[in-house]
Design a protein around this ligand. Structure first.
Ligand code: COA
Length: 411
């Protein structure tokens, strides 16, 4: 059997045009650019305008990813949307995205806070590597601005909106996901919370008056958790791939806070030049943060063929997720092609064909058996009921059918 690898074949992003700078925030609340930049590194963020939603941004980013991959929406086998700010609690926004893209595939929404995209990517890679699926679209998209309490300067300065999308495809080209780590420190579940948007606490008049339907955060504990996770998980995931940080070409950290990133880089002794940072322009876009950074790095050539890239994210839950990903070349040279062909023996292709025929025959057999049993039921059931009725009436003419007796008693 061939070994399958996952390969990033398409990517796209969408951020709203509307820019909200630190200076704009100065006019809205008691804060200032100097404080925000020195404590977070953020200078501006994008905020949705009328008509823009998590779904609309996801669809735009996904269309760009499909175009890059040279695929149609019908080619997708699965869509995973990572988001904590979907258009609705029900239905899953992933199904609306599927509909708007015109895809005919499985779709699910994954909620793992800011770690959601990396959780989604790691999940998608499993479907690809087992051979179950050929193309999976993973989106990280958020409209955090809708859930921000614009009177809470502790959170309002941090977040932004946007969407990043990636397509991973099945290949025999070695690379893709080399190692991963995912986890959750549930003891910190209330460190980042929207208290009144779930079934425990629906948004009542009272809750809304108290802004309980908006995001609350305990900044200090989250900061502490994030710095610990960033370095610990980076070491775990890199060693699991049989590498050291020296072998890593690019680091894509979750874009939460420049100070968290700097601390992790120091602990890991990893150069800032190899680290992708765009939080100064977008702020913390939660599940969209890693894909937005990845897409920009791919677009401007900072991620090159065969680069080993580490992604690390953390967020509400408190969750964390990391991956080491080797980017296979998009273009396969004739020499590579020859190697791939030898790696994929003819008998394997034959086996796969045989397997397909076997499963098709099995499906047809099951369908035929189902139809036959349905037909025999349609003929036999009236006969059987008639015979049973005769038997139950008995020789002395008494009807001892419990249902008939019940009918009699109720008369
Ligand atoms: N503008 C100006 N002053 C502010 C302010 C703002 N936006 N927010 C807080 N302050 C003030 C506080 O009132 C406090 O003043 P005081 O000393 O007079 O009481 C002072 O600044 C320090 O506040 P503190 O909350 O202790 O700041 P901090 O250094 O912990 O930084 C965060 C706050 C939110 C930037 C920081 O805790 C953080 O980044 N945490 C992680 C958050 C995160 O990444 N969340 C997303 C995870 S996915």
């Amino acid at each position: 059997m061939s070994q399958y690898f996952s390969k990033i074949t398409g990517w796209g992003m969408y951020v709203p045009e509307n820019v909200l700078t630190n200076h704009d925030l100065e006019k809205m609340m008691d804060t200032n650019d100097e404080w925000i930049v020195s404590r977070t590194g953020i200078r501006e963020r994008r905020i949705i305008s009328e008509g823009e939603t998590t779904v609309s941004m996801s669809v735009e980013a996904s269309r760009r990813a499909l175009e890059k991959a040279g695929l149609n929406a019908e080619d997708l086998d699965l869509i995973i949307l990572a988001s904590s700010t979907p258009d609705y609690l029900v239905p899953p926004a992933s199904s609306i995205i599927q509909d708007q893209l015109g895809a005919q595939c499985a779709a699910m929404t994954l909620v793992a806070g800011c770690s959601g995209f990396v959780y989604g990517l790691n999940t998608a890679a499993q479907f690809i590597q087992t051979g179950a699926y050929e193309h999976v679209l993973i989106i990280g998209a958020e409209t955090i601005s809708a859930g921000i309490d614009w009177e809470d300067r502790g959170t309002a300065i941090l977040f932004g909106d946007g969407a990043g999308a990636v397509i991973i495809s099945r290949t025999t080209q070695p690379g893709g996901l080399l190692s991963m780590k995912m986890g959750s420190d549930g003891a910190g579940w209330d460190a980042l919370i929207v208290p009144a948007l779930g079934t425990k606490n629906y948004p009542s008049h009272e809750n809304i008056e108290n802004n309980e339907h908006k995001l609350k955060m305990k900044g200090r504990p989250v900061f502490k958790f994030a710095t610990r996770v960033m370095s610990d998980v980076a070491v775990d995931v890199v060693t699991a791939a049989g590498l050291t940080m020296d072998d890593v070409d690019v680091l894509i950290p979750h874009q939460a806070n420049q100070r968290i990133i700097d601390l992790a880089l120091r602990r890991l002794n990893f150069p800032a030049e190899k680290t992708i940072v765009n939080l100064d322009r977008y702020g913390n876009t939660s599940a969209a943060s890693v894909p937005l950074a990845m897409v920009e790095a791919l677009e401007d050539g900072r991620i090159k063929d065969n680069d080993k890239v580490v992604m690390i994210a953390f967020g509400a839950g408190l969750t964390y997720a990391a991956a080491v990903w080797q980017f296979q070349p998009m273009e396969v040279s004739p020499e590579d092609e020859a190697i791939l062909v030898t790696n994929w023996p003819v008998d394997n292709a034959f086996q796969r064909k045989l397997q397909e025929m076997r499963t098709a025959a099995f499906r047809m057999k099951v369908q035929a058996r189902t139809k036959a049993s349905e037909a025999s039921m349609a003929i036999m059931l009236p006969l059987y009921s008639f015979r049973k009725g005769l038997k139950k009436r008995g020789k002395n003419g008494k009807n001892d059918d419990p249902e008939a007796l019940e009918d009699k008693q109720s008369d």
